[in-house]
Design a protein around this ligand. Structure first.
Ligand code: PMP
Length: 460
């Protein structure tokens, strides 16, 4: 009899424990930990590739080209290292001394160390049968779970009011910028003039002209436009690319707020943005530019419907793998230290230190100046904070240095010419977003250039 009672109690305890595991982990966690089956191979492969030693100056990827020596049927073909600019050799240990500091593109590799630290929480394993359907069960092409987590992310960053707005996913914010122009132009009684205040991100012009219809055309600098502000769509980039300053519209047209950089990494957040059309991107929040994922918040239902239709006709919704990855990354951020603020502490710290280092060097020169960004109160950090912009907007001050890009190019620095941003070529944009290797080389080359100007190297 006592044996029966004992067995009964043991079975109750076992069931409660299984139920508990099921409730909190959705499965019997300890059992699976010891008995992983089909996922083991994928996990082993991912870790084997991650352990390829590229000397800290490169990375191997699962889909990278494999090395010939490993071409053995029973062995994995480990991919070769893809080296950072100016590094080479099979393990990226070789530094090319004459190589140029390439700070042209806005590749946000500065966040890579954050993700290496959060390897466990950010990794996601995709089954062979993951979401093969064209749609989610609710017939949409939008992950509700991702939508929920993105809204939470904004609540943590305190950078946007989202509860009263629809959300649309796009193939990067690039696609949403086009969708927004299309949707807003349909509201207007005559063809829209699409404008942006100089200096502006060049894609606005190139994309608008490329996809031009009878409904809209690109009309250049917004500041020149005030006289016929009817039927105007204005891109308001805040903070601005290239100069990092927070912006408001300069026309009284309909604004499209491009908030790619409105995250605490790059700017003080004076208040959460509450605009009718705001566009964000994973590229500059997590650094995953290659995943091509962006989102827009839209207040007006008609504009939302038109933007959704645009995305649906362009590609029937955004890749489910990109959505899954974005979800895992956002979850990893929300679960990280400091109630999800860790990425902002890291990002802001890194960008602020780069800005300080750059200023220390450039301030010794009379030949070059950097843009001014005011110290501002930040709603996120709850204090006044220094600038930490994504780009340096450098001005060549000497009369004869009318082409600043060439001046820097001669010193082995590759920047992006001012004219690309509709400004003078006396300006050049230098990206501060890339890897530590890229940034260190930039500072080294600038230092050399300034020493050549006659500045005592001991004080640099
Ligand atoms: N807006 C601005 C201001 C940008 O600088 C960029 C990329 N550099 C984009 C949009 C596009 O970003 P993505 O397509 O990667 O989301």
């Amino acid at each position: 009899m006592w044996l029966g009672a004992l067995l009964f109690s043991a079975s109750v305890i076992l069931n409660i424990s299984l139920l508990w595991n099921h409730k909190y982990f959705g499965f019997d966690r300890s059992y699976l930990e010891e008995n992983l089956s089909w996922s083991r191979r994928a996990a082993l492969e991912a870790e084997a590739v991650a352990s390829v030693n590229c000397s800290g100056h490169g990375r191997a990827y699962l889909d990278g080209t494999s090395s010939e020596e490993d071409d053995h049927a029973e062995k994995w073909k480990l991919p070769v290292c893809e080296c950072n600019t100016c590094y080479g050799g099979s393990d990226c240990s070789q530094f090319f001394h004459d190589c140029a500091a390439d700070v042209d593109s806005g590749d946000p590799l500065f966040l890579e160390p954050f993700w290496m630290k959060h390897a466990a929480s950010s990794a996601v394993l995709v089954t062979g049968w993951h979401r093969m359907s064209y749609s989610f069960p609710d017939k949409s092409s939008v992950s509700q779970e991702l939508e929920k987590h993105i809204r939470r992310m904004h609540a943590v960053a305190k950078n946007a009011i989202t509860h009263d707005k629809y959300i649309i996913f796009g193939g990067g914010s690039t696609q949403l910028l086009g969708a927004a122009v299309y949707a807003l132009s349909m509201n207007l009684s005559s063809p829209a003039s699409v404008v942006a205040a100089t200096p502006f991100y060049p894609l606005y012009e190139v994309q608008t002209e490329f996809f031009q219809t009878v409904r809209f055309e690109f009309d250049g600098d917004a500041s020149a436009l005030k006289k016929y502000a009817d039927n105007v769509i204005e891109f308001v980039t805040s903070p601005n690319n290239p100069d990092g300053n927070l912006r408001r519209p300069v026309s009284n047209g309909t604004p499209i707020y491009d908030h790619a950089y409105y995250w605490p990494h790059f700017t003080a957040i004076p208040a959460p943005s509450d605009q009718d059309l705001m566009i964000f991107t994973l590229s500059k929040l997590t650094g995953h530019a290659g995943s091509r994922f962006g989102w827009a918040f839209v207040k007006d239902k008609e504009v939302y419907d038109r933007m959704t239709r645009y995305i649906s006709l362009a590609e029937m919704g955004i890749s489910r793998e990109a959505q899954l990855r974005a979800l895992q990354l956002v979850k990893a951020i929300l679960r990280s230290d400091n109630n999800g603020a860790e990425i902002f502490d890291f990002g802001m710290g890194k960008m602020r230190d780069r800005w300080r280092r750059l200023n220390d060097v450039v301030s010794l020169s009379t030949r070059f100046t950097l843009q001014k960004i005011p110290v501002r109160f930040c709603n996120f950090f709850q204090k006044l904070r220094e600038p930490s912009p994504a780009y340096a907007w450098v001005k060549c001050e000497r009369e004869e240095d009318g082409n600043c890009t060439s001046v820097l190019r001669a010193a082995n620095i590759i920047g992006r010419a001012g004219s690309v941003f509709n400004a003078e070529d006396r300006y050049v944009r230098l990206s501060l977003l890339k890897s530590d290797d890229d940034f260190d080389l930039l500072v080294y080359r600038l230092r050399q250039l300034i020493v050549d100007e006659g500045v005592d190297p001991k004080i640099i």
